[in-house]
Write a protein that binds this ligand. Sequence first.
Ligand SMILES: [Zn+2]
Ligand SMILES: [Zn+2]
Length: 240
Amino acid sequence: MIVEQIWTANAGRNFNYLIACEETGEALAIDPLDHQKCLAAAKAKGWTIKQILNTHEHHDHTGGNQQVIAATGAKLAAHANAKDKISGMDRGLRAGDVIRIGKTVELECLDTPGHTMSHICVRSHGDTPALFCGDTLFNAGAGEETLIYPGHDYIARNLGFTLDREPDNAKAKAMLPQMEKQDTGKALVTTLALEREINTFFRLTSPLVIKRLREAFPDLPDNPDPKTVFLRLRELRNKW
Ligand SMILES: [Zn+2]
Ligand SMILES: [Zn+2]
């Protein structure tokens, strides 16, 4: 499996992806908003885009579909329940469905409601475990070494939020200055293990996270369950 991460340099800080089979050069485009960059990258690599996957229905993920289809004849797949929201869908996906790319790549579909109710994440198995998680903050049942490919570059801002919640998070503190000046054309690809260290949304049982949360929400119960902590953190992040 070959992954090409494409930095759109737009205001939404979107990442688009091409995933290719190294034997056949057949490729899948994930959320190819910047259709010109996606088509140019495929051409430069000698790949043929045969399929498009939309992780969900938001325009910053679907806005390049028609141009890529016009140029390549690619088939469009998205969550089965998105069929009235995304025009021209050829395939409706459900949990457990498999997307095959060429001869060597298989991606498993995960039904991941939250950001929207018809959101799909896909993960690869085999040599390179990877999770393409769109706009979902997702606690995968995946291995720690799994590579995380998100729909946007929000890492510097998210590290800032982690430090707001956990001022003593040494790893986040060390990474923030590097991430603020990182080359988004060669963005850091994190792993699930790293996310567990630096992403406060993966640290829902941390005593410090809960203590600080109680300062903002005095009504927080004594031993809040992870979902309660997650929702309260999300509330803070929305206005942070
Ligand atoms: Zn979205
Ligand atoms: Zn988005």
